[in-house]
Design a protein around this ligand. Structure first.
Ligand SMILES: O=C(O)C[C@H](O)C(=O)O
Ligand code: SF4
Length: 518
């Protein structure tokens, strides 16, 4: 059966959105790089991010391995057949998944089984709207689960941690939004972008917040007080010191867009949608009768180079940055207790050898089962990769870290039970894991969230896989890596960079207690 032009256009939209970050987002990330010292943890991570963005574009592969919840907003001329369009969007999603442009991301919430094609009840999300124009406008956002988990909704009036009472007015809203940035820390892969919805009910408030993410980064709010609020939030968030990946730094937020709807007398919601730096959204305007792509809605990424700054750096500046880089420690896996006890927060570790992926399903399983392989001295990578199989075997199409804190209830026990020596992930872990690292001799390594192509390139071979029944992202992949770089952010001496940054940023947040919008 031949593919319709509409389906082909949808396929192109999906691939472009997943693999090529748009120009406005790239410019915001480049500006963040300018604002950070290159040799700092934030500066180094931003250069990995920049490199990753270019790799994804040239490999035509996912920028981040979590290709998110595909969410479409479609405007159609009156009389267009939305039933056919819906079917063809789904076909395009299944094809993009089969070709490794999207990860298999649709999981049965009761059985845990992965549908394997990104289709299932509620996925993808498609909103239709009619308009009195002849063209079809389709916009797509791919927002990953880690930053989705950092969305937050406030019901005013309320007490906001660090900021005091938030009333039902602009100043109360200000407090909620600042707090929303603080509470995300590095877990949503900062530096991020936020969409804010004021009003509505619990559902439409979040919808409004997400709609804001379709605005361009440089868009100025037509409502003057909201324009002021957006500017204020951007400015003050960047004084919180959370920085890229929560490593500390000058840039925490790259954009803030606020929308407002009416509300019920009894309700006053402020809903915040947090989007990571991997802010993947695109759109196409289609000819109303042929469904060919007439134009792209957002300026394409290819016009903004992410490595220009590196090329333009003088030899002197490059040498200075090189000289002040943290020291790198090369380790061969499996690791010994001595290897990890020698590491401290801030060290950059380069790993070689075999590591094993494991995330939510595996951690739960290992609590009361044996491991399929010997994990003594082993390294667990919190990662759900994008994988493709051909006649030669499995290939890694994207493999950045996932948010580690979800494994906090299990991690310490599992490290001790199996003799694991290191955990790689992002966003850090809590006190229980920190105590286990100290007691047992272990280390937490923070990789750069979203850098799926950068890490995929370090993976030289797939040695095997267990628990395919958990689905591709949740299976335990045994990966042979070379030159896998990550930063020690929790060590065996009881130090945690995450706890420190949280504490400092909370103190900074309290500086903004006093009323501003009165
Ligand atoms: O699911 C993933 O691979 C990552 C997720 O988006 C996360 O940020 O934790
Ligand atoms: S891993 Fe980070 S960059 Fe990727 S979807 Fe999750 S929050 Fe976004």
């Amino acid at each position: 059966m031949s593919i319709s032009i509409f389906e082909q256009s949808m396929y192109q939209l999906i691939v472009e959105t997943s693999t090529n970050l748009p120009a406005d987002v790239r410019r915001a990330i480049s500006a963040a790089r300018e604002a950070e010292d290159r040799a700092t943890r934030a500066g180094l991570s931003l250069s990995t991010i920049a490199q990753n963005i270019e790799m994804a574009e040239s490999n035509v592969s996912p920028i981040c391995q979590d290709t998110g919840m595909p969410t479409f907003v479609v405007h159609t001329p009156i009389g267009a057949n939305q039933i056919v369009m819906k079917r063809e969007i789904k076909n395009a999603i299944a094809r993009a998944t089969k070709e490794g442009k999207l990860r298999t991301n649709s999981v049965d919430s009761l059985t845990g089984s992965n549908t394997g094609d990104n289709l299932g009840p509620g996925t993808p999300v498609i909103h239709f709207e009619q308009w009195e124009r002849d063209e079809v406008d389709v916009r797509l956002i791919l927002k990953g689960g880690g930053c989705e988990n950092k969305n937050i909704q406030y019901s005013l009036p309320c007490e906001v941690e660090g900021l005091g009472k938030a009333g039902r007015d602009l100043d109360g809203i200000r407090k909620c939004v600042l707090h929303a940035v603080y509470q995300a820390q590095g877990q949503g892969c900062s530096a991020g972008f936020i969409g804010v919805g004021i009003g509505g009910d619990r559902t439409t408030g979040y919808e409004l917040a997400k709609q804001q993410l379709f605005r361009t980064v440089d868009d100025v709010n037509p409502i003057p007080e909201l324009a002021r609020l957006e500017e204020y939030i951007l400015d003050k968030s960047n004084q919180l010191g959370i920085g890229t990946m929560g490593f500390g730094g000058n840039v925490t937020l790259l954009g803030c867009k606020v929308g407002v709807n009416n509300r019920l007398p009894a309700s006053f919601f402020v809903s915040v949608a947090y989007n990571c730096w991997a802010y993947r959204r695109q759109g196409v305007l289609l000819d109303g009768s042929t469904h060919e792509i007439k134009s792209w809605i957002y300026e394409g990424g290819s016009s903004v180079s992410m490595t220009e700054q590196d090329n333009a750096a003088t030899d002197e500046a490059a040498a200075a940055a090189e000289a002040s880089k943290p020291k790198e420690i090369v380790l061969q896996m499996p690791l010994s207790e001595e290897d990890v006890r020698g590491l401290k927060v801030g060290d950059v570790v380069i790993l070689n050898g075999e590591m094993h992926t494991g995330r939510d399903a595996l951690h739960k399983y290992l609590m009361d089962h044996d491991a399929p392989i010997d994990l003594n001295g082993g390294v667990i990578y919190h990662c759900g990769p994008v994988m493709l199989k051909d006649d030669e075997g499995w290939h890694v199409k994207g493999a950045g870290p996932t948010t580690s804190i979800r494994e906090e209830p299990y991690q310490g026990d599992i490290m001790k039970k199996f003799g694991l020596r290191a955990v790689i992930g992002k966003g850090g872990m809590g006190p229980k894991t920190l105590a286990a690292l100290q007691e047992h001799g272990g280390v937490y390594l923070n990789a750069v969230g979203g850098a799926a192509q950068y890490y995929a390139e370090c993976i030289k071979q797939v040695n095997g896989v267990d628990f395919m029944e958990f689905g591709i992202p949740e299976a335990m992949w045994h990966l042979q890596v070379e030159g896998f770089a990550a930063i020690v952010t929790m060590d065996s001496n009881g130090n945690s960079l995450h706890a420190d940054v949280d504490k400092d940023s909370k103190a900074k947040l309290s500086q903004f207690k006093d009323p501003v919008f009165v």
